[in-house]
Design a protein around this ligand. Structure first.
Ligand SMILES: Cc1cc2nc3c(=O)[nH]c(=O)nc-3n(C[C@H](O)[C@H](O)[C@H](O)COP(=O)(O)OP(=O)(O)OC[C@H]3O[C@@H](n4cnc5c(N)ncnc54)[C@H](O)[C@@H]3O)c2cc1C
Length: 280
């Protein structure tokens, strides 16, 4: 199906784009979520503003141990550039869709779209990332854990754009595991882990989860059991068998039972991967 016709604004600078979104224009970035939704007529905007001409929003830079990623950085760029400075985000980016989606889709578009099964949110939550937004009224910085508020819902307000995503530079002590029906698909369950281990004892762990609940979450109920302990089968099984703090979802791709099983398997895999990476 063709999308309904719409007016497209081609901004010369960020100010013009902000003016347009303030007046209700829908931002268009890589189009990898928005265009399919428009073709299905799930969305039918009257006016859109294309962010592509804002080349200043396409960057990945490292300053004082922090990685700043412009909203227009593509999944392919993130997968390639951050392999050693932020392997968790690089891995999550490399798991998104197929080559076309990764070449066109942007981190700003993905976090703003907030698909409950998207890859980035799990990694961003585990990394303690911050989402920087911008509007005509100024900028805001929102912790990733607070940014994703529901399925396809975020803390963004009218007139605001995702401007930048900020993550810490990290080492190799991370893990990412994703369960899908078919390759290139969205996650039925995906888990991102960022761990700090000292003499075999887990000093800190952050676990981000996507695909399993109504929105991406941090699995503190699992973290609480693991922190301060040596990781062994008994600790892992006690942690993973705890009742989640959120309701497991069910959809046409997987019912609750399968999804919860997949979640526990992916959590185990990602935690062990991060733990083993921390020892090497
Ligand atoms: C076949 C296919 C497979 C896919 N598989 C996966 C997958 O496995 N994992 C995964 O995570 N994703 C997957 N995706 C989605 C993909 O990651 C999209 O790129 C992403 O969701 C949207 O980014 P975009 O730049 O294309 O945004 P667009 O589609 O242009 O926009 C998406 C939404 O975000 C808004 N928006 C865009 N940029 C901004 C901004 N800077 N500030 C505020 N709002 C903004 C738009 O108005 C729109 O509502 C898949 C997509 C396809 C088509």
């Amino acid at each position: 199906m063709y999308p309904r016709s719409f007016k497209l604004i081609w901004p010369h600078d960020l100010g013009e784009a902000l003016e347009a979104v303030e007046e209700g224009a829908l931002p268009l970035a890589g189009g990898q979520s928005l265009i399919p939704m428009m073709k299905l007529r799930l969305v039918a905007p009257d006016t859109m503003v294309y962010l592509g001409p804002l080349h200043d929003l396409n960057y990945i830079k490292i300053q004082n141990g922090k990685i700043k990623i412009g909203a227009l950085a593509t999944h392919a760029q993130i997968a390639q550039v951050l392999k050693s400075d932020c392997p968790l985000l690089s891995k999550a980016a490399s798991e998104i869709g197929d080559v076309q989606v990764r070449n066109m889709g942007t981190i700003g578009g993905s976090v703003a779209h907030a698909d409950p099964a998207a890859d980035y949110p799990a990694a961003l939550i585990a990394l303690g990332a911050t989402i920087k937004t911008i509007s005509k009224r100024g900028t805001r910085e929102i912790a990733a854990e607070k940014f994703f508020t529901g399925p396809y819902q975020t803390a963004l307000t009218r007139g605001e754009l995702v401007f930048e995503v900020i993550v810490p530079k990290t080492g190799r002590s991370v893990g990412y595991a994703k369960f899908t029906r078919i390759a290139t698909d969205f996650a039925i369950a995906a888990v991102a882990v960022n761990i700090a281990v000292n003499n075999g004892i887990v000093e800190n762990i952050a676990i981000g989860v996507t695909g399993v609940f109504h929105h991406p979450v941090r699995a503190r109920w699992i973290e609480d059991v693991i922190v301060g302990k040596k990781l062994n089968d008994e600790v892992l099984s006690r942690a993973l068998n705890r009742e989640p703090e959120f309701e497991v979802i069910s959809d046409s791709r997987a019912g609750k039972e399968l999804r919860f099983k997949a979640f526990k398997a992916m959590a185990k895999k990602a935690i062990l991967e991060a733990y083993e990476n921390s020892e090497n």
